[in-house]
Design a protein around this ligand. Structure first.
Ligand code: F6P
Length: 359
């Protein structure tokens, strides 16, 4: 009898349950319900550290294709603290190895983003059999063209921009839609293009506020009574980007606004005299059902992960490359961020359309 542990870690997103379902259903299909036992680890790595898990039954994986969130629960367990002994003197890495052993697992399946993959690699280096899957609405995992969750979040953020368009035109206002993504701008870029934003600000392309203001004034002069900006949470001015990291961090900590969008809004309003509003869809972008694209991608990823388990090809993450699902060693992807290349075709295409990036 094979025993597989499965956990979801980090921020949730659409497609976690559809991926879990695909892993489980294909394992049951291959081994038969009596040939495999699946153990759900509760709340991500926390459950593995502190020994919280439950035996799953085939029925647990039915009816969850469209369900948002994760049936296993999740938590953030920062990678940088994994080697730090906790307040109750628990050595987290040793505890995870011990619980893996206690549960008598043949393999641990991990669904997560960047931090999760780093811990997955650590556990693999520590001798555990690990297979992982790339999850995040940020699409910032190195080695895969797409992560599951991304497209569903793009759909939601696009819908927000669509709705903002109608009210922006009625009132003749400037609107900023703040899109999730502290480190990378994939979500903002895609939703901005899909929603017809006029200006897109992402962390990879630091902005000059005077250019942003000039672009809005030019639109007004051409007869457009409104402007829409898609701004990433991590959008950064050229001035801040040029500072040494420490100074930049303390400047950001001093900021009197709840987020960068509010500062930009105030700068725009005082320079143009045009009413400027901010909309922050926030965690809305991570909620609800996966869209059809993510359901298919999760299914492809999940069945590929099951195949890796069947073939005992441990220490790998499944990934999408040139529309093919492949396996990449965890050691090759762990700790690498996939940012938007500033000269990418998609950025160029936006520029050709007249979308500006504040640079
Ligand atoms: O990693 C996904 C992400 O959604 C980021 O884009 C966002 O900034 C962050 O998580 C917020 O996460 P939380 O508030 O759940 O810690």
């Amino acid at each position: 009898m094979k025993r597989i542990g499965i956990l979801t870690s980090g921020g949730d997103c659409q497609g976690l349950n559809s991926t879990i379902r695909a892993v489980a259903k294909s394992l049951y299909h291959h081994y038969g319900a009596d040939g495999i036992e699946i153990i759900g680890i509760i709340d991500g790595y926390r459950g593995l550290i502190y020994g919280e898990s439950r035996k799953m039954k085939p029925d647990d994986f039915s009816g969850i294709l469209t369900r948002g969130g994760t049936i296993l629960g999740t938590s953030r367990q920062p990678f940088k603290l994994m080697r730090v002994i906790d307040e109750n003197s628990v050595d987290k890495v040793a505890a995870m190895k011990e619980n893996y052993k206690k549960l008598n697992l043949d393999c641990l399946v991990v669904l997560g983003g960047n931090g999760t993959q780093k811990t997955a690699n650590l556990l693999s280096e520590e001798g555990l059999n690990v297979v992982s899957l790339p999850k995040t609405i940020d699409n910032d995992l190195w080695g895969t063209d797409k992560t599951f969750g991304f497209q569903s979040a793009v759909d939601i953020a696009t819908n927000v921009i669509d709705c903002i368009h109608t009210t922006a035109t009625s009132h003749g206002r400037v609107f900023i839609v703040e899109v999730m993504g502290h480190k990378v701008g994939w979500l903002t870029l895609y939703a901005g293009i899909a929603g017809g934003a006029d200006i897109i600000l992402i962390p990879e392309i630091p902005y000059d506020i005077n250019k942003v203001i000039a672009d809005i004034k030019a639109r007004t002069a051409s007869g457009k009574n409104f402007s829409i900006l898609a701004v990433a949470e991590g959008a950064i001015s050229k001035e801040l980007a040029a500072m040494p990291k420490k100074k930049r961090k303390s400047k950001l900590a001093e900021m009197k606004y709840p987020s960068i969008s509010y500062e930009i809004a105030e700068q725009i309003e005082s320079a143009t005299g045009q009413e400027t509003r901010v909309t922050v869809p926030g965690h809305f972008q991570r909620g609800g059902s996966p869209d059809a694209y993510d359901r298919v991608l999760s299914t492809r990823f999940g069945t590929a992960a099951a195949q890796l388990i069947i073939e005992k090809k441990y220490g790998n993450m499944v990934a999408l490359q040139n529309n093919k699902v492949v396996a990449i060693p965890l050691s090759k992807i762990a700790g690498k961020l996939k940012a938007v290349p500033v000269d990418s075709e998609v950025v160029e295409s936006a520029r050709q359309l007249g979308i500006t990036f504040g640079d």
